[in-house]
Design a protein around this ligand. Structure first.
Ligand code: KG4
Ligand code: ZN
Length: 375
């Protein structure tokens, strides 16, 4: 009987739609965690000339491509609308024009095919990804580092998050992108900056050549700050001879930048781990299994950052979980997975649910001046 029930549950299919930034994506995920399809269309080329995401261009591009991607996701999964159990779409936070496109498409499909609709918080998509990829249990500590957000949270359950820290100014991905731009690298800066850092021939010399600040290091609270780091990059660039930076200048500065980011994250995460163990003492019942630190969001693709966090968790005797690269950046599968989790809990939304440009995961977290939408 139990098996029969399990196989029935595992057959539930959810369509996930993601349009909150510059990736248009549609995916079909089964409730046992199998990703049947996950089509992601990056709008990189459309925004490249502007050096960043242009909201109106993004919304228009989502509109142009989303229907085709949804059809492609269904075909890739070899299913049709009537095989679905629910439709999940990102309803915030993000660029409101794009969010509206995905949300309205999701609602239209739900309405036409009489399916439940699930309004997904984009950040929850990132935070629950390790439950899709690694089947991990709650609670766990999450470092969410993307283009729009930098937060450290305790995930207690679906929809239950405690924010331990947030950025007080720029998000880490934004700091990567802006620093890369200062170095003359194209958008998106993060991956380009990482490639240049890999070209650095003498790391120690690079760090001596380009000393950089480490804002918030050693502070009691678990918050982050990155705008001073970006300013320091600008000051270094301005002191170099005018004209294009040489490849060695860029490689050295990129290396020094990446190492500094690693040190900041190590310090801030070490502080958050202490806080996590205060909430969930190592002597408590859940200590039978190692505690877990998850890194997610686009910046989690960075190899040096992964290595730093891996080392930190080893010292803290924690497990370290970093989703595969294609599931770190924005994608529909993570949205469909939140749909799976919420469907199982019966947490459905009406078609009158509104898009939310701002949607904090922890509504009780203290407001931080300057963090704004990033908190
Ligand atoms: O999560 P995401 O795909 O979109 C947002 O919700 O923001 O994150 C995109 C961000 C961009 O700032 C991008 O530069 C950064 O993630 N990123 C990286 C790397 N790959 C992407 N940053 C550093 N190193 C990387 N390898
Ligand atoms: Zn994201």
């Amino acid at each position: 009987m139990e098996n029969k029930m399990e196989s029935h549950i595992s057959k539930k299919l959810v369509l996930g739609i993601e349009t909150s930034c510059d990736e248009t994506s549609a995916a079909i995920v089964r409730s046992d965690g199998t990703i049947l399809s996950n089509l992601v269309l990056s709008q990189l080329s459309e925004h490249e000339a502007f050096g960043g995401v242009v909201p109106e261009i993004a919304a228009r591009a989502h509109l142009d491509h989303l229907d085709r991607l949804i059809r492609g996701a269904l075909e890739g999964a070899e299913v049709d609308f009537h095989d679905l159990s629910a439709v999940a779409a990102t309803c915030g936070p993000g660029l409101i024009g794009g969010v509206m496109v995905g949300m309205m498409a999701g609602k239209a499909i739900a309405s036409a095919h009489k399916l439940p609709f699930i309004a997904v918080n984009h950040l929850e998509g990132h935070v629950l990804t390790p439950r899709l990829t690694d089947k991990i249990e709650f609670p766990y500590l999450v470092l969410l580092v993307s283009g729009g957000h930098t937060q450290i949270l305790v995930a207690d359950g679906v929809g239950q998050y405690r924010r331990l820290g947030t950025t007080l100014d720029d998000a880490l991905g934004e700091c990567f992108d802006k620093s890369a731009k200062l170095m003359g690298l194209g958008y998106p800066g993060g991956p380009n900056l990482e490639k240049m850092a890999d070209q650095c021939a003498d790391g120690q010399a690079a760090i001596r050549r380009f000393p950089l600040p480490r804002p918030m290091l050693g502070r009691e609270e678990c918050d982050f700050s990155f705008s001073g780091l970006k300013t320091a990059v600008r000051n270094h660039v301005e002191k170099l001879p005018s004209g294009d930076l040489s490849p060695q200048d860029i490689a050295d500065l990129a290396y020094a930048f990446q190492m500094t980011v690693g040190e900041i994250l190590k310090d801030r995460c070490a502080r958050s781990i202490e806080e996590f163990f205060r909430i969930y003492p190592q002597s408590s019942h859940f200590a039978a299994k190692p505690a877990k630190l998850v890194v997610c969001g686009g910046v989690a693709a960075n190899k040096h950052i992964r290595d730093v966090l891996q080392g930190l968790t080893k010292t803290a005797k924690m497990d370290f979980i970093a989703p595969p690269l294609e599931l770190c950046s924005d994608n529909g599968a993570m949205i469909a997975w939140v749909g799976v989790e919420k469907l199982a809990l019966g947490e459905l939304d009406g078609l009158d649910v509104a898009a939310r440009p701002r949607w904090p995961l922890d509504p009780n977290a203290e407001k931080k001046i300057g963090a704004g939408v990033k908190a």
